[in-house]
Write a protein that binds this ligand. Structure first.
Ligand code: MF3
Ligand code: CO
Ligand code: CO
Length: 260
């Protein structure tokens, strides 16, 4: 796993900040009736014209749009299209920015209009699972601390499941670097060190964890049509804890976590 130097960290911090800004910018547009294609276009123009940055998803392994937008039973990698959002939908937008040769990656859930409490809870629990894993991060711990703690937490929710097919990843000069960050119980004994940067991005289903990919080659859906939620942050391991590089204002967690 790559240890980033000061200059690399600075550049990744910029890309992460820009990615988080896109999620803040798009919030007010998420209303019933707007298409995910329109949301993608707004993000595309903002990233290119305003941020002078590159939407890293566009053209990545042939992905056709600038951001991933995954609605309801879409697990991840949703391709923005002409379909309108409707009252009660839950929507993940996943933004990856490339600037000055470095990547930053983050996603969050948005609620469309009035959402059922049980579906809101899925989103909240998913975010909590990300947060509790972030609170554990410091040099010297094993990488599997992340997945083990997410699984322990999600186990208490009887009808929830953790998607195992997708994982977090190192990030920096490349979009996806080693190691893979598993969100479930595992035996990866790599020891975290100061200067490591990776994403944590748990996907939780309100049902079974089996998924399938549509014929478009991208869109991942739950087999049982249950709803799916995901939150993602890019994390820097610091000397005594971690830094949430993609933090947004209004998040209920500090940017710098000291974990003695
Ligand atoms: N942003 C996603 C991740 O968290 C990857 C999207 S790849 C794309 O790793 F091609 F679908 F954009
Ligand atoms: Co990612
Ligand atoms: Co992402």
């Amino acid at each position: 796993m790559i240890i980033k130097n000061f200059d690399e960290i600075k550049k990744i911090r910029t890309s992460c900040y820009l990615a988080s800004q896109v999620l803040e910018m798009i919030k007010k547009y998420i209303i019933p009736g707007i298409t995910t294609k329109k949301l993608d276009k707004i993000c595309n123009l903002y990233i290119i014209n305003n941020q002078k940055a590159i939407p890293a998803c566009l053209g990545y392994k042939g992905f056709p749009k600038s951001v991933c937008i995954s609605v309801n039973d879409t697990v991840c990698h949703g391709i923005p299209k002409n379909k309108k959002l409707k009252n009660g939908d839950i929507v993940n937008i996943d933004v990856t920015i490339l600037k000055n040769g470095f990547f930053g990656d983050t996603s969050k859930m948005f609620l469309v209009g009035k959402v059922k409490n049980s579906n809101k809870l899925l989103c909240n629990i998913t975010q909590q699972s990300l947060y509790l894993s972030i609170y554990k991060i410091k040099p010297g711990i094993k990488l599997n601390t992340i997945g083990n703690n997410i699984e322990k937490f999600i186990k208490f929710k009887n009808n929830y499941s953790i998607v195992k097919k997708y994982c977090g990843h190192g990030i920096g000069k490349k979009f996806h670097e080693l190691p893979n960050i598993l969100h479930f119980k595992n035996n990866n004994n790599i020891i975290l060190k100061k200067g490591m940067i990776f994403t944590i991005e748990p996907i939780i289903n309100l049902g079974k964890n089996k998924v399938f990919i549509l014929k478009d080659g991208w869109t991942v859906k739950t087999k049982d049509k249950s709803l799916s939620a995901q939150y993602e942050h890019t994390i820097l391991v610091t000397s005594n804890g971690c830094e949430i590089m993609t933090i947004r204002k209004n998040e209920n967690i500090p940017k710098i976590i000291i974990n003695k």
